[in-house]
Design a protein around this ligand. Structure first.
Ligand code: HEM
Length: 309
């Protein structure tokens, strides 16, 4: 395209916007040229780590959490492109699931940075300054769940759901609320109270808007889904809801359950039970699994990764 044509197109563009093209073009004469560090806001990014102690490995802990939150943001970017459709083609959904699966594999394979990349004693010392903060308070993690499936599917004990349960009632029954109850007193922990104070209203509003418009709903409306699409749906459920939780639990056990002691986690949950996917039974897409697979959810003897991913 020659310069005259480009000039014409720019003038057309500003005219459409109702703006003065010459003012905009003159502005280009003075605009600063772009560079790598300002484009990706490198200085800001590298200033976002503020350890609470002098232990060097606390920086590993903070940065790896930040990397995970950024990865969850990348996943939400894909998910939003899916759920903005009222009807979706198999091809688009399959390609988005392939991306989601790649991101989840990244989370799984990199978790060893947490497990093996921090000094055991240092971690167990600096973590006491973090109570009651916990990864449990990750809002992006909850949004991914609510974008993927209905609130009903995120309730472990389905007998508690009635046909006319309100969103507020369903929210109170979400599987993750159990991690925020003090087993001795039955009261909500400070970790859960903080989380609810900050996000509960937003979660409820979000769930009201999103009702019946999740990835699972879009999938249900596809007639004769291809084998490849079903495979990628199963792979995502398996990777996100079984395999990632297992490596997370293994890391938890490494720091909190070795040397013969089970320690209290910063969020105060009954973590050994809570973090096991067998207990949570978080399944985004129940219809892609057989009854037997659902009964044996997350049983390592039953689920062969090579048959799923
Ligand atoms: C040394 C590393 C880690 C340990 C020991 C650990 C431990 C725990 C424990 C015990 C819980 C249960 C809640 C509680 O009582 O606090 C939990 C929940 C959680 N953690 Fe971690 N965690 C670690 C790293 C991470 C990282 C890097 C992330 C990334 C953001 C993360 C995200 C989460 C999430 C999302 C939950 C809630 C899970 C759910 O509801 O299924 N954790 N973690």
């Amino acid at each position: 395209m020659d310069n005259t044509k480009i000039h014409q197109l720019l003038e057309d563009k500003y005219e459409r916007l109702g703006a003065n093209s010459s003012t905009h073009l003159k502005g280009l004469l003075h605009a600063k040229e772009i560079d790598y560090w300002s484009y990706i806001q490198l200085d800001t990014l590298l200033s976002l780590q503020n350890p609470r102690t002098h232990f060097e490995d606390e920086e590993v802990f903070i940065i790896y959490h930040q990397i995970t939150e950024l990865t969850l943001k990348l996943m939400l970017n894909e998910i939003k492109q899916v759920v903005r459709n009222k009807v979706i083609s198999q091809e688009l959904l399959t390609s988005k699931l392939l991306r989601l699966n790649r991101y989840t594999q990244l989370l799984i394979s990199s978790f060893s940075i947490m497990r093996d990349g921090m000094n055991y004693d240092d971690y167990n010392t600096f973590r006491s300054t973090l109570t009651p903060a916990s990864g449990f308070q990750s809002a992006q993690f909850r949004y991914i769940e609510m974008y993927c499936t209905s609130l009903e599917n995120l309730i472990t004990d389905k007998s508690k759901i009635s046909g006319n349960s309100t969103i507020e009632e369903l929210m109170e029954l979400q599987y993750w609320k159990s991690a925020g109850i003090n087993p001795k007193t039955g009261e909500k922990t400070l970790t859960l109270k903080q989380f609810e104070n900050k996000y509960q209203d937003d979660f409820i509003q979000f769930a009201k808007n999103k009702r019946a418009n999740t990835i699972n709903d879009l999938f249900q409306n596809i007639e004769n889904p291809s084998k490849e699409l079903v495979k990628q749906m199963r792979a995502f459920d398996f990777l996100y809801n079984i395999k990632w939780p297992i490596v997370h639990l293994q890391t938890g056990s490494h720091y909190l359950d070795s040397k013969g002691k089970k320690k209290t986690a910063t969020g105060g949950s009954d973590w050994k039970k809570y973090l096991h996917p067998k207990y949570q039974r978080r399944v985004f897409f129940p219809s892609v699994w057989t009854k037997e697979e659902l009964t044996n959810w997350a049983d390592p003897c039953y689920f062969e990764e090579k048959d799923i991913v």
